[in-house]
Design a protein around this ligand. Structure first.
Ligand code: IPM
Ligand code: MN
Length: 368
């Protein structure tokens, strides 16, 4: 298996968590005899500092020339006073648009070993396994017009969707649900917004092509509550860009930390992989960052770009194993005497070790 990955580590904790994710991908390549190559590029604040642009042409070219893009995080307080189009985040939005992936998959799972890390009671989080399908190229993030008139003190953003944009992301949600627990919850604000009425009508129509999948609709405000009340009720949650951004951070509470959440964006020319967490500049360089979101993102690279499902599962199992063994970064370190605090790098090493053991075992089973 050959795979060329563009690695855009970005700002803040991006480089330190990406380093651990890469070491896992390298281990999978080595243990399985695959040929993975990695090309590095600048994005976000580091790119602005070096080149003046949050997405330099060289980075975009390298990304478009790859089989997958692995991104760390973007965002730096240094640029807080700039308008949205000049900020590090603009680089991320530009690359999302250029790569063309419109379905952002954000799994949110309750790990039994982390039940003490969530402020929710264990009986609430138990058995949660939600897959958010967040539309990534439409809605308020990209709608025009958009401006802020400082003379008149007026600003505008546009929430816009076309039927086709809803159809394509809805199909991905239904396809994924049909391989899972066969339920799609579509989230909108159809009691107020025309865009949501179009969304709801379109999703309802597409559902007819998937008779084995149950569809339910939820309004985003009550959904925010339901997710905290009975998270196990949800399987695939389909929603537009901004609602998905908000609800997926909320879902981090179920897992115990935003630092645990991976994501993959599919449907475009090149898939884009990024942990859900941001650049966390306050802890950058302290060894406190949780690399598991990035490592689980690497597992998604294996699943969705390399077709190595077994290896993707092996990485996920290795994460389970180190959590069961009690290793914790600072963000998930609740849980009493049985847990052991480790640094970003140590956490990466523990996953690496657990992974090597399981792949070794698999190979020796094959050899028998
Ligand atoms: C995310 C982030 C981004 C988003 C930011 C950094 C632009 O919050 O991936 O969830 O809003 O999409
Ligand atoms: Mn977000």
């Amino acid at each position: 298996m050959r795979l060329k990955v563009a690695v855009l580590a970005g700002d803040g904790i991006g480089p330190e968590v990406t380093r651990e994710a890469l070491s896992i991908l390298r281990a999978v390549a080595e243990l399985g005899g695959h040929d993975f190559t990695f090309v590095e590029g600048l994005i976000g604040g580091v790119a602005i500092t070096a080149t003046g642009s949050p997405l330099p042409t060289a980075t975009l070219d390298a990304a478009l020339d790859s089989d997958a893009v692995l991104l760390g995080a973007v965002g730096d307080n240094k640029f807080n006073s700039l308008t949205p189009d000049k900020r590090p985040e603009a680089g991320l939005l530009q690359i999302r648009q250029a790569l063309g992936g419109f379905a952002n998959l954000r799994p949110s799972i309750a790990y039994p070993a982390l039940s003490a890390s969530s402020p929710l009671r264990p009986e609430v989080t138990k058995d949660t396994d939600i897959l958010f399908v967040r539309e990534l190229l439409g809605g308020l993030y990209f709608g025009a017009p958009r401006w802020w008139n400082k003379e008149t003190n007026e600003a505008i953003n546009t929430m816009r969707y076309t039927r086709d944009e809803v159809v394509r992301v809805a199909r991905i949600a239904f396809e994924l649900a049909s391989k899972r627990r066969k339920k799609v919850t579509s989230v909108d604000k159809a009691n107020v917004l025309e865009v949501s009425q179009l969304w709801r009508a379109t999703v309802t129509e597409i559902a007819k092509d998937y008779p084995d999948v149950t569809l339910e609709h939820q309004l985003v405000d009550s959904m925010a509550m339901h997710i905290m009340n009975i998270p196990r009720n949800f399987d695939v949650v389909l929603t537009e860009n901004l609602f998905g951004d908000i609800l997926s951070d909320e879902a981090g509470v179920i897992t115990g930390s935003l630092g645990m959440l991976p994501s993959a964006t599919i449907g475009g020319a090149v898939n884009l992989y990024e942990p859900v967490h941001g650049s966390a500049p306050d802890i950058a360089g302290t060894g406190k960052a949780n690399p598991l979101g990035a490592i689980l993102t690497a597992a998604m690279v294996l699943r969705h770009s390399a077709g190595l499902e077994q290896d993707a599962r092996a990485v996920e199992q290795a994460v389970h194993k180190v959590l069961e063994a009690g290793y914790r970064t600072a963000d998930i370190a609740r849980g009493g005497d049985s847990v052991q605090m480790v640094s970003t790098q140590q956490m990466g090493k523990h996953v690496h070790q657990a992974l090597a053991e399981s792949i070794d075992r698999r190979q020796s089973l094959h050899a028998v």
